[in-house]
Design a binder for this molecule. Structure first.
Ligand SMILES: Nc1ncnc2c1ncn2[C@@H]1O[C@H](COP(=O)(O)OP(=O)(O)OP(=O)(O)O)[C@@H](O)[C@H]1O
Length: 237
């Protein structure tokens, strides 16, 4: 499913974030979303996932304007901070997330096992979510997004605070998803860029400063590394 953002405008009460933003997430694309703190990455993801409502413009799915409910159904968003539900075990919380998103109880319970496995949290399945470490809680958020098996997966800083082994497992998990799944990963860790992503987008002050391939970014900036290219794009913005 293709997702498109057309002339989006959004502001929080006292902060204008987007005035006219257009962007596309083609089916099966794997996008690394970079940008400094406050650039608007989380806000853009929440608008695409139907969690925030734009003041202007639209978000379309396969070229049809999508309601907030349709976006919520089509897009799984792993937020920056997962919230542990008191008294629920990790398996129960992931299953609950699936049920909230519209799965029936048995399907949700069944899928929660593989989602926890994929997120590297199988051994904590029966532990209460409130007892997780910060990195484990982040992996719980990933399992909550994976359990839904949507065609659009938006992950907001999924690798922040993960140890190297879980970072590697995260990459394997994404690589194993069906090829038609569109993935957008927001991160500050430019070394997350690798074979997995076919596209880099750099957002800054509510505008895209670059949108294209990693090779194109390096060629465009004449720099050898993604870190240097990123800095160069922001310097010349
Ligand atoms: N709930 C909110 N109320 C008011 N302003 C907000 C709110 N959330 C974010 N903002 C502001 O909107 C702007 C964009 O924030 P956003 O969280 O989307 O940026 P980001 O690129 O995800 O940043 P980071 O990399 O630090 O996570 C920032 O200036 C931020 O202060």
């Amino acid at each position: 499913m293709d997702l498109t953002v057309d002339h989006l405008a959004f502001r929080y009460r006292r902060r204008e974030v987007f005035t006219d933003l257009s962007w596309a997430v083609p089916e099966g694309s794997r996008t690394l979303l970079l940008g400094p703190n406050g650039a608007g990455k989380s806000t853009l993801m929440k608008l695409c996932a139907g969690i925030l409502r734009p003041r202007g413009g639209s978000v379309t799915l396969d070229e049809n304007p999508a309601s907030h409910r349709q976006l919520q159904e089509a897009v799984a968003l792993m937020p920056q901070h997962a919230t542990p539900v008191p008294r629920l075990t990790c398996r129960e919380q992931v299953s609950y997330a699936g049920w909230l998103a519209g799965l029936d109880g048995p399907t949700s319970r069944q899928r929660s096992v593989s989602a926890l496995e994929s997120a590297g949290l199988a051994d904590r399945s029966d532990v209460r979510a409130t007892e997780l470490s910060g990195g484990q809680l982040r992996r719980l958020g990933l399992a909550e997004a994976l359990v839904r098996r949507t065609g659009l997966l938006f992950l907001d800083e999924p690798t922040a605070g993960l140890d190297p082994a879980h970072r590697a497992r995260f990459r394997r998990t994404l690589a194993a998803l069906p090829r038609e799944t569109s993935i957008v990963v927001s991160t500050h860790e430019t070394h997350d860029a690798g074979d997995l992503f076919d596209r880099v987008c750099i957002l800054d002050e509510g505008r895209f400063r670059y949108d294209g391939s990693l090779e194109g970014l390096l060629a465009h900036t004449g720099t050898p590394t993604i870190e240097a290219a990123y800095e160069s794009v922001l310097e010349h913005a």
